[in-house]
Design a protein around this ligand. Structure first.
Ligand SMILES: C=CC1=C(C)c2cc3[nH]c(cc4nc(cc5[nH]c(cc1n2)c(C)c5CCC(=O)O)C(CCC(=O)O)=C4C)c(C)c3C=C
Ligand SMILES: [Fe+2]
Ligand SMILES: [Fe+2]
Length: 363
């Protein structure tokens, strides 16, 4: 019996695996209007700003969205490239690198896309594209290694909100964090070692993470502890002594207390303590963005030098470095395990991977 218009999913179409890599998002242009749209969406998220909604609505619309967009647009202009916002450019390159690696194993049986939590391309638009491509099993990887409700849980919220509109949900695996994943720690260590082999070392290596309000920690958010865990593993892997490194928190917003020690205050105080040269690396930022390129490499460099610091070096984020992409691909592959290939292909994932590595060995 034929049913008219039941749904438009073609059951004969290959049922694919899907990978959605996400990041925070960035304005569409370094202009006041684009900043206002971006900040309105971002700062309206109750996972980001945990202030009672009615009070926050008035503060956001009457103060923040009046004062901040022109100021932020000015800062974004200083890092914007011909290809666009650094965060967008790096996320696109990361996605392309991960896609290439996964398709070398799974061919067209896997669909790899990226989406932004705020702004474009939106999570909803990319989930729609996944459904249309026939994705029935989906891995989501937010590019925030350390779990925070303000980022990772907020990404899950956006997926869940989209799924509420859909009838036929794919199987879902959500990689909620990877602060101690050995290939990630190794990729960072090799990257820092390569930088230090070229530029030498400094009196202190500072691991600076984006902050969150201190009350989020007190209410149970594991972010602070996960940042410290990443730093400790990285320092151990680099063979650093206790006095060689520090963990700090940057990017404060508003007047309440945020996680300490603050990166800016630390850099202002270090020269007086005899620390004249520093290198700053930001393990929580998968990509360079406004917060690393402008806030660290320009603003915080200034604080250190004004306080008497002699040498300041920012060590770039991992971005689309091969070791980083290998680590992220491995993390995704581990989360694809056990998911058999589509019904119309009797070959399982493990067998497919063995065949692919055999092909590599034959080359
Ligand atoms: C208001 C509170 C904010 C919280 C909490 C917060 C958490 C948080 N953010 C990141 C990563 C990034 N944040 C970026 C920019 C940015 N962050 C906030 C505010 C909070 N972030 C603002 C207002 C902005 C916009 C810039 C500005 O106007 O100052 C970025 C860079 C985006 C880009 O386009 O380059 C990243 C990345 C994490 C990881 C995090 C919690 C752990
Ligand atoms: Fe932020
Ligand atoms: Fe900032």
């Amino acid at each position: 019996m034929a049913y008219q218009g039941q749904n438009n999913f073609d059951h004969r179409q290959a049922q694919k695996l899907g990978v959605l890599v996400t990041n925070l998002g960035t304005p569409d242009a370094p202009e006041t209007g684009a900043l206002r749209r971006y900040l309105r969406e971002f700062l309206s998220d109750p996972r980001v700003v945990e202030v009672p909604r009615l009070i926050w609505f008035f503060i956001l619309h009457m103060v923040i969205l009046v004062i901040r967009p022109p100021r932020s647009a000015h800062a974004y202009k200083s890092v914007w490239t011909d290809a666009g916002s650094p965060l967008m450019v790096h996320t696109e390159a990361q996605c392309a690198g991960i896609r290439e690696r996964l398709q070398s194993q799974f061919g067209d049986d896997i669909e790899v896309r990226f989406a932004m939590r705020y702004g474009n391309p939106s999570i909803a638009s990319q989930l729609q594209a996944m459904e249309e491509a026939g994705v029935r099993k989906l891995v989501v990887l937010p590019l925030y290694p350390q779990y925070s409700a303000s980022t990772n849980a907020s990404t899950f919220d956006a997926i869940a909100k989209d799924f509420m509109q859909r009838r036929w949900l794919p199987d879902l695996r959500f990689i909620s964090h990877y602060p101690d994943y050995p290939p990630y720690i190794n990729a960072m260590a090799k990257h820092i070692e390569a930088f230090r082999a070229e530029h030498g070392t400094a009196d202190k290596l500072i691991f600076s993470y984006h902050g969150v309000p201190k009350k989020y920690l007190l209410n149970g958010d594991p972010y602070f502890c996960e940042c410290h865990k990443t730093s400790r593993l990285l320092a151990e892997r680099l063979g650093l002594g206790d006095d060689d490194w520090l963990t700090t928190f940057q990017s404060r917003f508003g007047r309440e207390e945020w996680l300490k020690p603050y990166t800016d205050h630390t850099l202002m105080a270090l020269p007086e303590q005899g620390v004249k040269s520093v290198q700053v690396f930001c393990p929580g930022f998968s990509s360079d963005c406004l917060e690393t390129l402008e806030e660290i490499d320009v603003e915080n460099r200034g604080y250190f030098e004004e306080a008497g610091g002699e040498s300041f070096a920012y060590i770039p984020a991992l971005n689309a470095e091969p070791d980083h992409l290998d680590a992220l691909t491995q993390l995704i592959e581990e989360n694809l395990q056990g998911w058999e290939l589509p019904e119309n292909d009797a070959v399982g994932l493990n067998e497919r991977q063995q065949r692919a590595s055999q092909k590599g060995a034959d080359r």
